[in-house]
Design a protein around this ligand. Structure first.
Ligand SMILES: Nc1ncnc2c1ncn2[C@@H]1O[C@H](COP(=O)(O)OP(=O)(O)OP(=O)(O)O)[C@@H](O)[C@H]1O
Length: 375
């Protein structure tokens, strides 16, 4: 796992330490003809050897366009792309050594699994004996050796996905690109296959960029997550860093279903959150590093609060979602005008008002981030 990159530095210049990353994208920009604004604007990130980067964000934020730019399927209107330290900005797709796993897997129905996996090698006129060895190795890596003679119609959704991965691996790509790898599966299977895919990607050991709009998938599969919004990179960091320290309210809500609330020092060893909630500094994570003379904000993940009749915060409950072991409660703090989402054990008695307090050290305070979430 590599450390988080600074969004500002990455998008403009690229870090010196990242010169030999498997992928180094600097200032990627794409404006479709006739579009009012770029679909992708000044996006930069690196992917280290063997690292998995997830591109995430809401529909239309530019994930697929970014993936297609790495593959060479979409031209760049700005920026550069280096693969293994070599400028690949103008390189044709077939010369980029990219393994592409499309969303619906794209297997040829009239070919056996083995022939599907060997297709790219045949197209490159790789000699038959080398082809056989490469296909066997790819089938082994994707754990589908025993399916070699079947046709795609005889495979389950999960098996199809592994075959598509084997096909991408067979050509010995330096970078794997996966477009919504679990989207073609039904929700239950998707949950089951997430961990399996994570392990397969580790075993494959390739630099991987995958696109997903599902935060669970990103958290489970990726070493680092790049979050896009309206074509711009908002944060690029490890799942733990994003969970602990989301760049802004958008990231907090998208990845952790959490909240970033405005706060100010009350001058008496406590902070006033969202104008309504007074919290002693000693109960907050990050209190020892924060500059109290500057603007503050409080990061609150859904399970950072517990119900307590003596709690400092009264939440006016607007909506509840029962999720099995927890109930997700959306509401507004009494007297405040912010929305808040918390998750409480489903045994909690929920009425139209509940009082809450922070779990010790869970809620964190920090100085307010600049616009765009850059540090
Ligand atoms: N070929 C195209 N021509 C014109 N506009 C396009 C084209 N492809 C995408 N766009 C637009 O570019 C923006 C980004 O699209 P993109 O497909 O990259 O987003 P996405 O994050 O992958 O979305 P989704 O999750 O819905 O697949 C959107 O506004 C989309 O309508």
């Amino acid at each position: 796992m590599t450390t988080a990159v600074n969004v500002e530095q990455s998008s403009r210049t690229g870090g010196a330490a990242d010169q030999h990353a498997a992928v180094r994208a600097v200032g990627l920009t794409r404006r479709y003809p006739g579009a009012a604004r770029p679909a992708v604007s000044d996006v930069g990130f690196t992917v280290g050897q063997g690292e998995v980067l997830a591109l995430v964000g809401p529909s239309g934020c530019g994930k697929s366009t970014t993936l297609r730019m790495i593959a060479g399927l979409e031209p760049l209107d700005g920026g550069t792309l280096h693969l293994d330290g070599v400028d690949a900005t103008g390189t044709r797709p077939e010369h980029r050594r990219i393994g592409w796993v499309p969303q619906s897997y794209g297997l040829f129905p009239h070919m056996s699994v083995a022939d599907n996996v060997g297709y790219g090698l045949r197209a490159r006129r790789v000699p038959a004996d080398q082809r056989r060895t490469a296909v066997q190795e790819a089938l082994r890596l994707a754990r589908v050796t025993e399916l070699a003679d079947r046709s795609p119609s005889q495979l389950s959704g999960g098996q199809r996905q592994r075959v598509a991965l084997a096909r991408a691996l067979a050509t010995d790509p330096r970078v794997l690109l996966l477009d919504e790898p679990l989207a073609a599966l039904d929700p239950q299977l998707r949950d089951e296959l997430r961990a399996e895919l994570a392990e397969l990607l580790r075993t494959a050991g390739r630099a991987t960029v995958l696109v997903t709009h599902d935060q669970h998938e990103a958290l489970a599969l990726a070493d680092r997550i790049a979050i896009l919004r309206d074509g711009r990179l908002v944060q690029c960091a490890t799942p733990a860093e994003i969970w602990q320290d989301p760049a802004d309210d958008f990231v907090a809500a998208f990845i952790a279903r959490g909240n970033v609330l405005p706060a100010e020092s009350a001058g008496d060893g406590s902070v006033l959150v969202a104008d309504v909630w007074r919290l002693p500094l000693r109960e907050l994570g990050g209190a020892d590093t924060v500059r109290l003379d500057r603007e503050l904000e409080v990061v609150l993940r859904p399970r950072d609060l517990v119900a307590d009749e003596h709690g400092e915060l009264t939440l006016m409950v607007r909506q509840c979602e029962y999720l099995g072991d927890v109930v997700r409660v959306h509401g507004e703090p009494f007297g405040g005008d912010v929305r808040l989402s918390v998750e409480l054990p489903s045994s909690t008695a929920i009425s139209d008002r509940i009082t809450l307090r922070p779990s010790p050290g869970k809620v964190t305070v920090r100085n307010k981030r600049t616009a765009g979430g850059n540090r």
